[in-house]
Design a protein around this ligand. Structure first.
Ligand SMILES: [Zn+2]
Ligand SMILES: [Zn+2]
Length: 152
C-alpha cells in the first residue's frame, strides 16, 4: 500500500510539515519530535493537491480553517505546547532558512578543521564571505568543527 504524505505537527511550537520519511520527524524549529496529524483533519498532501487544482487562491481558506482547527483542538492543548516558541516560530524558521542558504553558498566541506582535519564543519557567525586560503585568525572564529568540537 502506498503511503500518502500527511501533515505532521510539532506539539511544542506548532510547526507544521509534510513528512514522508518516518526516520526523521524532528521539528525544524525546536527539535521536538513531530506527531502525525489525526486523519480526521485531512491535512494530507492529496488534499493540498486537490486545492491547487481547484484554484489555490479561492480555496486557501479551506486549508487555513483546518489548520486553525488543528491548532485549537490539538496543538494548543498539548502538554508540551510553548506559546513563546509558537509566536516566534516563523522568525526562527526564517532565520534557520537564511542560515541554510548561507551554508549552501559557503564553501562547506572545503573548510577543514585545522586541529583534526575533519571537513564536518559549520559556519558559526555571519561575517564577510571568504573562500579558502585566507588567514582564519584575521576573521575571528567563524567555524565550528563537529568532529572535535573546536572553534576556529
Ligand atoms: Zn517545534
Ligand atoms: Zn576538528
Amino acid at each position: 500500500m502506498q503511503r500518502s504524505e500527511f501533515e505532521y505537527y510539532c506539539p511544542r511550537c506548532g510547526n507544521l510539515h509534510f513528512l514522508k520519511d518516518e526516520t526523521n520527524k524532528k521539528c525544524s524549529v525546536c527539535g521536538h519530535e513531530m506527531l502525525e496529524t489525526p486523519h480526521e483533519y485531512n491535512l494530507s498532501r492529496t488534499f493540498w493537491d486537490e486545492l491547487s487544482e481547484l484554484g489555490w487562491r479561492e480555496n486557501e481558506h479551506l486549508f487555513d480553517e483546518k489548520e486553525q482547527r488543528l491548532f485549537d483542538e490539538i496543538i494548543s492543548k498539548s502538554p508540551e505546547f510553548d506559546i513563546d516558541l509558537y509566536n516566534n516560530k516563523d522568525s526562527i524558521k526564517e532565520q534557520k532558512y537564511q542560515e541554510f542558504l548561507e551554508l549552501l553558498e559557503s564553501p562547506i566541506g572545503k573548510v577543514k578543521c585545522p586541529y583534526c582535519h575533519s571537513t564536518n564543519t559549520t559556519k558559526i557567525s555571519i561575517g564577510d564571505r571568504y573562500i579558502g586560503t585566507v588567514n582564519f585568525a584575521a576573521f575571528g572564529k567563524q567555524w565550528h568543527c563537529n568532529g572535535c568540537g573546536s572553534d576556529f
